[in-house]
Design a protein around this ligand. Structure first.
Ligand code: FAD
Length: 291
């Protein structure tokens, strides 16, 4: 199907983009890679009267080291995240997860900011950004804001972004030395979206105990989330098979599981436990500790 008619704008500065969005509240939408917005427009699920293409705003793209951490512009394509040497060294979980998104065409067009702002409950990147404790920087709603990832995803396709507010970049704190990471997903074979995906980061102390753990889950419920009950079950404890299995079982605690053509609620609950255990084991193995 064809889209409803719209007016296309291609501003070259963030300021001009924000001005356009504020001039047409509720009628203008930012366009990033178009991988989700354009299909929605063709199905007439979205009918913006104005499209504000962010693709010509140089300040919105790129990956750089800042204050000990890493900043990634909202318009950075998944493929650039996947192939970045800096990220391979500093945030390998993020580079790996970007590489699991869709196919090469989708990764060439789709952007980090577009994926996070779209907040598809089955998207991969929210799990990585939650586990890595990314902070989402915004512009447009008066004061620029910094929103921690765990406060950003509110409901399916709904985020903490206000109307006319743009996601500008995501800033990640440095990871402690020798952080092990894992990402495990059962993917939808047609799209590669996650039926369930689990990201894990683990640090191990000299005595073999877990000194720090971050677990985040996507695909299971209405929004991606940090599995804090699972983290509490493992932090500070010896990394035994039993402790890992107990933590993995806790990763689905309190979740309102989705049920759809790809899996029932019970199946997703089972997947969360299985994939959490695998992600934790992969993360521990990458620290060099064998169980
Ligand atoms: P767009 O489609 O341009 O925009 C999406 C939404 O975000 C729109 O509402 C737009 O207005 C808003 N938006 C965009 N940028 C900003 C911004 N900076 N500030 C505020 N709002 C903004 N994803 C996965 O995670 N895993 C997969 O396996 C996967 N497989 C896919 C397979 C196919 C065939 C396709 C078409 C998509 C797939 N995707 C997958 C989604 C893909 O990752 C895109 O990244 C995602 O659809 C949105 O990114 P985009 O840059 O294309 O955003």
């Amino acid at each position: 199907m064809y889209t409803a008619p719209f007016t296309y704008h291609a501003p070259t500065t963030l300021r001009a983009a924000v001005r356009l969005l504020r001039a047409h509240p509720g009628e203008a939408r930012p366009l990033a890679g178009g991988m989700s917005l354009v299909p929605a427009m063709r199905l007439r699920l979205a009918q913006p009267e104005y499209l504000v293409d962010l693709g010509h705003i140089a300040e919105l793209a790129g990956i750089e080291a800042v204050d000990g951490g890493i900043a990634i512009g909202a318009m950075t394509a998944h493929r650039d995240v996947e192939r970045s040497r800096l990220l391979a060294r500093r945030l390998p979980l993020l580079a790996h997860v970007a590489g699991t998104v869709g196919d090469r065409q989708v990764r060439n067009r789709g952007t980090l900011g577009g994926s996070l702002a779209h907040a598809d409950p089955a998207a991969d990147l929210p799990a990585a950004v939650l586990a890595l404790e990314g902070v989402l920087h915004t512009a447009g709603a008066g004061r620029a804001r910094r929103i921690p990832a765990h406060r950003f995803f509110l409901d399916p396709y709904t985020t903490a972004l206000g109307e006319s507010e743009l996601l500008t970049r995501v800033v990640f704190p440095a990871q402690p030395r020798r952080t092990g990471w894992g990402y495990e997903k059962l993917e939808n074979h047609a799209s590669r979206f996650a039926v369930v995906g689990v990201a894990a980061l683990v640090n191990v102390g000299r005595g073999g105990e877990c000194t720090r753990v971050r677990i985040a889950v996507t695909g299971a419920g209405p929004v991606a989330y940090r599995a804090r009950a699972a983290e509490r079950a493992l932090a500070g404890r010896p990394l035994t098979a039993q402790a890992i299995a107990r933590a993995a079982r806790a990763a689905g605690r309190g979740v309102e599981f989705l049920a759809d053509a790809h899996g029932s609620a019970a199946y997703r609950e089972h997947l969360v436990a299985v994939l959490s255990e695998r992600a934790l084991r992969a993360a521990i193995a990458r620290t060099g500790v064998s169980l």
